[in-house]
Design a protein around this ligand. Structure first.
Ligand code: HEM
Length: 408
């Protein structure tokens, strides 16, 4: 088999993965990597088709009967699993079939667009409070001081997380999401395990409190479901809260940072957005397409099949490069141009089909608020560094920091 050049954990790739994606889309759009133990896909059309294909799934578990699965979860091996493996296996993103539909139904009531729109006012208030202290300083790290604070506060308020423990969320979440990357070390695993264990204890305690004394928050709604048919069990509840807390800010922070850098590198687009604030919706979609914060998700092959001349066997893993699909010239005109007026813009930054991001309306609302607020209160935003650095990663794409200065 022909060797394919693909080094996604190199600094060069982190700085700019798009020329590599373009080459692979042209020359090897589907290839098996021995190093990663999976087959990568780079073209939009292939990825879109595969996301809707029922012969693929996020887990092999739902091939088991309901009874076999119950037995598996009740087994001593299951309860002895490390915390990370135990919770990650029952979260929404890692479930399929009936379990997935049941949990998604429950959760989508809380995250549906109409409900989320009601948060607009709260988002604006949090953002304005932040900006009132940040703007006079005339410089900040856009990520740590601004883009990260809003999503963390919002998701923790939504869940009903205590204010005094909010500072623990970001370090826990960063430690846990490291394990999504293939190049994590034994030390990363140990840290993620500790973070998951601490996180789980805290969610469990909160759930117990809310069971006795319910409030208007998401943990209360989820814990109330425990006693009804089709409700969550305690492991699922912990896993769901953890997924929301991780998904709820990790991707949003990186989307904001990557989007801000795109604006800075395209001053005419930044000027256009200042002139035409009504373009914020399409601008945010273009930021998500142009430099997506999540580049790859995997699927397992649930039954043997052929695809574009390649054979796949049950149990194989595939890697879908949403980040490459979003620059596919077969779908997007001038895909490497950053055009805040792009229409249509059917990017895959939020995935598609069964696992389409449940938090997409909330994430978009937050991103629009972050950018509209900052642009309205500043002039001449500039980078305070020559070359902002990206973390290396195949799954997550985000900057280490983004120091900015401006005039008012
Ligand atoms: C810009 C920010 C965000 C991006 C780019 C993003 C992206 C994604 C993607 C690509 C998936 C699908 C993964 C797959 O195909 O395997 C996903 C799933 C999910 N996201 Fe997001 N997300 C963002 C923000 C959020 C927020 C704010 C929340 C919650 C408050 C959230 C909650 C979820 C959940 C619960 C799922 C699992 C859905 C399922 O499996 O049915 N996300 N997200």
């Amino acid at each position: 088999m022909q060797e394919v050049e693909f080094e996604p954990y190199d600094q060069g790739f982190a700085a700019n993965p798009y020329p590599t994606y373009a080459r692979l889309r042209r020359e090897q759009p589907i290839f098996y990597s021995k190093e990663f133990g999976l087959t990568f896909f780079f073209r939009y059309r292939d990825i879109y088709r595969l996301l809707a294909d029922k012969r693929l799934g996020r887990t092999m578990d739902h091939l088991l009967s309901a009874e076999a699965l119950r037995q598996k979860h009740a087994s001593p091996e299951w309860s002895e699993l490390p915390n990370y493996s135990r919770y990650v296996r029952v979260n929404l993103l890692e479930s399929e079939g009936e379990d997935h539909a049941r949990v998604r139904r429950l959760l989508s009531q809380s995250l549906q667009p109409k409900r989320v729109m009601m948060l607009t006012e709260r988002i604006t208030t949090i953002r304005d409070e932040l900006l009132s202290t940040l703007i006079p300083a005339q410089h900040m790290d856009f990520l740590a001081e601004y883009a990260e604070v809003l999503p963390v506060q919002l998701i923790s308020e939504l869940l009903g997380w205590p204010d005094e423990d909010r500072h623990r969320l970001r370090p826990w979440s960063s430690a846990i999401v490291r394990l999504y990357e293939k190049n994590h070390s034994a030390e990363d695993r140990r840290k993620a395990e500790t973070a998951t264990a601490e996180f789980a204890v805290m969610i469990n305690e909160l759930a117990n409190q809310r069971k006795l004394d319910p409030c208007e928050d998401l943990i209360s709604a989820l814990v109330a479901s425990e006693d009804s048919a089709g409700g969550l069990d305690r492991d699922e509840l912990i896993a769901t809260c953890m997924l929301l807390l991780n998904a709820g800010h990790e991707a949003t922070v990186n989307a904001a940072g990557n989007g801000m850098l795109a604006l800075l590198r395209h001053p005419q687009q930044m000027a256009l957005l200042r002139e035409r604030p009504d373009l914020i919706e399409s601008a945010v979609d273009e930021m998500l397409r142009y430099d997506s914060p999540l580049h790859m998700f995997h699927r397992y092959v649930l039954e043997d099949f052929e695809f574009e001349g390649h054979s796949f066997k049950q149990g194989d893993t595939i890697g879908l490069l949403y980040g490459a699909a979003n620059r596919d010239p077969d779908i997007f005109d001038l895909p490497d141009s950053f055009n805040i007026q792009r229409k249509p813009n059917r990017h895959l930054a939020f995935g598609a089909a069964t696992h389409f991001c449940l938090g997409a309306p909330l994430a978009k609302l937050e991103l629009r608020a972050l950018f509209s607020g900052l642009l309205a209160r500043t002039r001449d935003i500039e980078l305070e560094t020559v070359a902002p650095e990206y973390h290396t990663g195949l799954v997550f794409r985000g900057l280490k920091e983004l120091p900015l200065r401006w005039r008012t």
